[in-house]
Design a protein around this ligand. Structure first.
Ligand code: ATP
Ligand code: MG
Length: 333
């Protein structure tokens, strides 16, 4: 059976005064029913852009240049906004990055959860408020708190509220964009446990986005590693952790301390993420890669299957070939 979500060659650009930003190029991944996929990579690598494109909520200057998004058998890229509205929130929803800080400070939390239910499900106010109470309890908050204001909630509780809102219309897939960033470590673990419990109880599929691989380790079956808009590696989470193939993944895995191992200081990957207006020629990671050789700056490695379910885009592996027609430096296209 086809996966719940199938993304193929998704390519997204932003038009800016300074030029075209190649935010995502050639992203391909699947999310199976009830399964969690992790999207990881440093800041600016295109995680949020990918998520917004799936929801068809890119900002006005962003567009899907090519590629396809198939969700529950429907092709989302060509959909009219009116048809997309029948899917967005109801079948696929998102906890936006940083959203817990954007709750309306002067409106009671229950009202804020109820509003999208009134809007999307055409429910009356009493029914929506009752559902808001059920949703609060589902995310571990007493319904007695329905009449409280956001400032009466801790950061972790506000994030629970955002998760409750994403679940309001009973979606099949929830995207959580950096759901635990800015929360302290104890609270991070509680929110991740909550997401895991909801996934099991509601049989939800999830896309969990984080710049921190350790956040994805226990939650996601599969992980896709992005860098500068490109997919560097993908596979089963455990395989990526125990035997990272791509030098960028190796850097990311080394960049956080192993909670089970000796307390080494994390070793950051030297250098910076490149400009996505004029990305480096060849492999986008080559300027920061300690293994780079001539070919890496001249030709772009294709994301190739190294083992069943395991893909990497790196010339260190003989199976990896060039992306056809893309051996010229991208900057000169
Ligand atoms: N509306 C926009 N206009 C122009 N460029 C944009 C816009 N939104 C994002 N970008 C650029 O697209 C690239 C990808 O950004 P994105 O927000 O998807 O990264 P991210 O992986 O989510 O990063 P973070 O970890 O910081 O959230 C970045 O270079 C960013 O500056
Ligand atoms: Mg982001």
């Amino acid at each position: 059976m086809a996966a719940l979500l199938e993304v193929r060659d998704l390519t997204i650009e932003f038009t800016t005064k300074a030029g075209i930003v190649h935010a995502v190029e050639g992203a391909s991944f699947d999310v199976e029913r009830g399964e969690a996929l992790g999207l990881a990579g440093e800041s600016g690598c295109g995680k949020t852009t990918t998520a917004l494109a799936l929801m068809r909520l890119l900002p006005y200057n962003g567009r899907i240049v090519r590629g396809s998004i198939s969700f529950a058998g429907r092709s989302l890229v060509p959909l009219e906004e009116a048809s997309m509205r029948a899917i967005r929130w109801k079948e696929m929803s998102i906890v936006f990055q940083g959203a817990m800080n954007s709750l309306n400070p002067v409106q009671r939390v229950g009202r804020q959860i109820a509003e999208p239910i009134i809007l999307h499900e055409d429910a009356d106010s009493d029914v929506a408020l009752k559902r808001a109470g059920d949703l609060l309890e589902l995310v571990g908050i007493s319904r007695n708190r329905l009449n409280d204001y956001p400032h009466e909630f801790s950061g972790g509780m506000r994030q629970r509220v955002m998760i409750a809102m994403a679940l309001a219309c009973d979606p099949k897939l929830v995207i959580a964009d950096e759901p635990v960033t800015a929360l302290d470590v104890m609270i991070q673990a509680q929110i991740l446990d909550l997401l895991e419990r909801l996934r099991r109880e509601l049989d939800l599929a999830m896309i969990l986005i984080s710049h921190d691989l350790s956040v994805l380790a226990d939650t996601c079956e599969q992980v896709t590693i992005m860098y500068a808009g490109k997919t560097m590696e993908s596979g089963k989470t455990m395989d990526l952790f125990t035997d990272p193939k791509h030098p960028y993944t190796q850097g990311l895995v080394g960049a956080f301390p192993d909670i089970r191992g000796p307390r080494n200081m994390p070793e950051a990957i030297p250098g910076d993420v490149p400009s996505l207006i004029s990305p480096p020629s060849g492999c986008v990671f080559h300027p920061r890669c300690k293994f780079a050789f001539d070919r890496c700056s001249n030709a772009e490695p294709e994301l190739s299957e190294l083992a069943p379910g395991r893909r990497a885009a790196c010339f260190l592996y003989p199976e990896v070939t060039e992306v056809p027609g893309r051996s010229m430096p991208i900057a000169t296209r």
